[in-house]
Ligand binder design. Structure first.
Ligand SMILES: Nc1nc2c(c(=O)[nH]1)N=C([C@H](O)[C@H](O)COP(=O)(O)OP(=O)(O)OP(=O)(O)O)CN2
Length: 177
């Protein structure tokens, strides 16, 4: 079985306010790496001509546009973080740079949300591919690897279909601005 494996770097800031780590309650940033593993929905033999699953460029272009244009330098916050209200009142022009999550934006959660988002892209593009594994290296010494169905692990705060990670667009929150 083949897998296409793509890695992208991005910078981010976040804070964790629900008690898992006091030091992480202060806004701080990381340079992270996300690696995705794509498989064919209907695996077959190579065709003897092009001999590709899908050209790399085609498989990764929307995903990398999302990471570079939406995730890179976004501020990741829990949806109920008071800083969200602060941005609404004081810097509404930056609301589009907030990546909002159901509870704290840990690496475990963003791994699930990013996999769901990537699978939305791959599905709408009828790519014949799906992502079944993702790794996010939050720091050079801490990596989270997720395999499985992200919907089984994402906290269920509201109807799944209304959430940004199930929309095949560049959104990183469900705010209206
Ligand atoms: N299970 C998780 N634990 C923690 C997460 C997380 O996403 N999932 N995140 C953090 C913080 O974001 C923190 O900034 C990173 O953790 P830390 O171990 O402090 O990172 P270091 O690179 O400083 O680790 P070293 O051991 O010094 O290499 C905390 N926990």
């Amino acid at each position: 079985m083949f897998e296409l494996v793509f890695t992208r770097r991005f910078s981010m800031a976040h804070r964790l306010i629900h008690g898992s780590s006091e030091i992480c309650a202060t806004p701080h940033g990381h340079n992270e790496e996300v690696t995705v593993y794509l498989k064919a929905l209907d695996p077959g033999s190579l065709d003897g001509k092009m001999n590709v699953l899908t050209p790399f460029e085609k498989a990764k272009s929307t995903w990398h546009r999302f990471i570079d244009g939406s995730v890179d330098h976004a501020f990741q916050l829990s949806e109920n973080d008071p800083l969200v209200e602060w941005f609404k009142q004081h810097e509404p022009q930056r609301l589009s740079r907030l990546l909002l999550t159901p509870g704290d934006p840990t690496t475990e959660l963003t791994a699930c949300l990013f996999m769901a988002k990537l699978n939305s892209f791959l599905s709408i593009e009828r790519s014949g591919l799906y992502c079944d594994q993702i790794e996010i290296a939050e720091t050079p010494t801490n990596t989270v690897r997720f395999t499985g169905n992200p919907s089984d692990f994402i906290p269920k705060n509201r109807k799944d279909k209304d959430c940004w990670w199930h929309r095949a667009d560049m959104s990183i929150s469900d705010l209206h601005f």
